[in-house]
Write a protein that binds this ligand. Structure first.
Ligand code: UT7
Length: 318
């Protein structure tokens, strides 16, 4: 016995920055950003906290599932970082919700939601839980260099959550890690240790875009093909495809190679930009609220990110 999705929720900070807004502070344009990425705007934290966004998404997911924070047996938070270095986002979210269950963070870059599903699969397999909350929340605007046009225009802030309950919705899940930090990483801030021999550095995200691009398209195509081969399913059996929202060109290249019909491939990147681990649960929430998912339909999820990490899952909607 594994799990099924019982409810979903998402939240974005109120401040919206369009490509034209960014063109006022950077040497860039709406035309460059939109044609290279499919992004029109992104939401950025001003007064909000990452915990606050996570709680808003989580409360919506709990309401959709018809349960309360008291009912939760575990909270798992995929994130590249919450409001504190420590405690983790899981702890601050648990406090904010008034829940009493164990809570942990998973840092697997943009693939964090898929890695969290694997952990949750183990929790259900050990019969440790009836209800688990997975809440991804990212405050990437805090770790961007807002003078570096090749990176900062791509990312945004946001949170997405799902409540999982015992069920047989998980049909396939495979993770991969290919340790390789040079092309995509953000470093911990320098401390003030009088003994450090470290070279000065910032905590901003560094990305070699073209290398990540090639990894992304290749990873989506090979992992999805592998998932179909191992399950004996075909791409026609995938009613809904939810890929990590990093770049519309990556999504389109993979969609064409895999012959996925356009209407089955759901996207929110135009409005959110890349919100890392929060992008897939945000899509799940949006599609389910629009009534796009029907009982018995298959969802194909695939994410890739810093690490390099990647994960692919097939879920049947309850
Ligand atoms: O979750 C995983 C996260 N990351 C990704 O998935 C990113 C994957 N990579 C990409 O999406 C693409 O590589 C980018 C969108 C980041 C960049 O697109 P590209 O076609 O690879 O552009 P490029 O880096 O080769 O740059 C082309 C030109 C350069 O100018 P020159 O050297 O040709 O004169 C850049 O300086 O575009 C310039 N440029 C910009 N121009 C206007 C880079 N960023 C910008 C910008 N506005 N924001």
């Amino acid at each position: 016995m594994s799990f099924s999705i019982l409810g979903a929720g998402s939240a974005l900070p109120s401040c919206v920055k369009t490509n034209d807004d960014l063109a006022q502070i950077l040497d860039t344009s709406d035309q460059w950003i939109y044609t290279r990425t499919g992004i029109r705007r992104r939401h950025v934290i001003t007064t909000e906290t990452i915990t606050g966004m996570a709680a808003e998404a989580a409360r919506k997911a709990l309401a959709a599932a018809g349960i309360t924070p008291e009912d939760l047996d575990y909270i798992v938070c995929p994130t590249v970082g919450g409001d504190y270095i420590t405690p983790g986002l899981g702890c601050t979210l648990q406090e904010e919700l008034g829940a009493h269950c164990p809570a942990i963070d998973i840092n697997a870059g943009c693939s964090g939601f898929l890695y969290s599903l694997d952990v949750v699969d183990g929790i259900f397999a050990r019969k440790k839980a009836r209800y688990v909350l997975v809440t991804a929340a990212e405050g990437l605007s805090r770790i961007m260099d807002w003078t570096e046009r090749s990176t900062c225009v791509l990312f945004g802030d946001g949170a997405g959550a799902v409540v999982l309950g015992e069920g047989d919705g998980l049909r396939y899940l495979k993770l991969r890690t290919q340790g390789c930090s040079a092309p995509l990483h953000g470093r911990f801030p320098m401390g003030n240790s009088p003994w450090t021999k470290e070279e000065p550095h910032t905590h901003f995200v560094h990305m070699e875009g073209q290398e990540v691009y090639k990894f992304a398209v290749n990873t989506i195509c090979t992992s999805v093909q592998e998932a179909l081969e191992e399950t004996g399913l075909s791409i026609d059996d995938m009613h809904h495809v939810l890929l990590h929202q990093a770049n519309m060109r990556i999504i389109e290249a993979a969609r064409r190679k895999l012959s996925i019909p356009e209407e089955r491939c759901h996207c929110c990147i135009e409005e959110t930009g890349n919100i890392s681990a929060a992008s897939i649960p945000t899509l799940i929430d949006r599609c389910s609220r629009e009534g796009l998912f029907h009982s018995g339909e298959n969802l194909l999820l695939c994410a890739f990110g810093a690490g390099f990490t990647s994960g692919t899952a097939i879920l049947t909607w309850k």
